[in-house]
Design a protein around this ligand. Structure first.
Ligand SMILES: NC(=O)c1ccc[n+]([C@@H]2O[C@H](COP(=O)([O-])OP(=O)(O)OC[C@H]3O[C@@H](n4cnc5c(N)ncnc54)[C@H](OP(=O)(O)O)[C@@H]3O)[C@@H](O)[C@H]2O)c1
Length: 223
């Protein structure tokens, strides 16, 4: 399969791209023109270097893809660089969906967040992004992981967390110790390698119509 990968230069994209290629898929990594000079992905033979709002260029790059995977998002600390929730977490998703429909891509996979649609500008933006994907008419899968954890920090059988505060890590490990593994697996930190494997399975069409929390993502990754 051929996959279009928006957000390829990010933390999740950096794991998903080699995983997809090692699984035999051709990947078209998206690179923003403003990031091309500092990203080695700009040298990738299939790289699509264009703004996501350039529908003509993006849909041309998507042609023949079986899925468009959108990992795009930002955080408050990057607002000074010109990104915003409106542009990165909502607008980018709208642009990916528009180009996918034009290119005849049958499926969109969206990396959203635990709590999407909840309180606060970030979760509201994620909720709106999910609405756009669900209303697209395309097949879709939406991932709602909790906070990300680096693979090497994940203790056996329970999510670990490098990007997660020590207290949170201890909290979720404690839940496991008192028999609440189910809660911890669903809402606890998500190892990035597990997330990348699950997203790949979703791109392959194994989770169409699903909204996937941490435990769903673990099962999908293991399938
Ligand atoms: N961190 C967490 O704990 C967590 C938990 C749940 C969900 N999430 C969500 O997971 C997603 C991916 O996370 P991550 O850690 O991989 O993110 P990341 O490392 O910050 O990467 C973000 C990616 O989005 C791209 N991007 C941002 N704004 C863009 C725009 N307007 N147009 C095109 N590309 C744009 C960035 O490109 P450049 O390289 O050009 O900047 C980069 O490739 C995000 O949506 C995030 O909200 C995060």
């Amino acid at each position: 399969m051929k996959l279009f990968l928006a957000g390829a230069t990010g933390a999740v994209g950096s794991l998903l791209l080699p995983l997809a290629e090692a699984s035999g898929h051709a990947v078209v990594p998206h690179v923003r023109p403003r990031s091309a000079a500092k990203s080695r992905l700009a040298q990738h033979p299939n790289a699509c270097i264009a703004d996501l709002g350039d529908t003509e260029a993006i849909s041309a790059a998507m042609r023949g893809c079986g899925a468009a995977v959108c990992l795009v998002g930002t955080m408050r600390s990057r607002f000074s660089s010109g990104d915003s929730y409106e542009a990165s977490d909502i607008g980018a998703v709208r642009e990916v969906v528009t180009a996918a429909k034009l290119a005849g891509v049958p499926r969109v996979v969206l990396l959203s967040s635990l709590g999407a649609g909840g309180l606060g500008a970030y979760l509201q933006a994620k909720g709106e992004a999910e609405r756009i994907v669900r209303a697209s008419g395309l097949a879709y899968a939406i991932a709602r992981p909790g906070a990300f954890a680096s693979p090497e920090d994940a203790p056996q059988g329970l999510h670990g967390a490098r990007h997660f505060p020590g207290f949170g890590k201890a909290f979720f490990a404690g839940l496991g110790a008192v028999g609440l593994e189910g809660f911890a697996h669903r809402y606890g930190p998500m190892p990035l390698d597990v997330l990348a494997r699950a997203l790949l399975r979703a791109a392959e069409g194994r989770a169409d119509g699903c909204i996937l929390h941490g435990d769903d993502l673990q099962r999908l990754a293991a399938s």
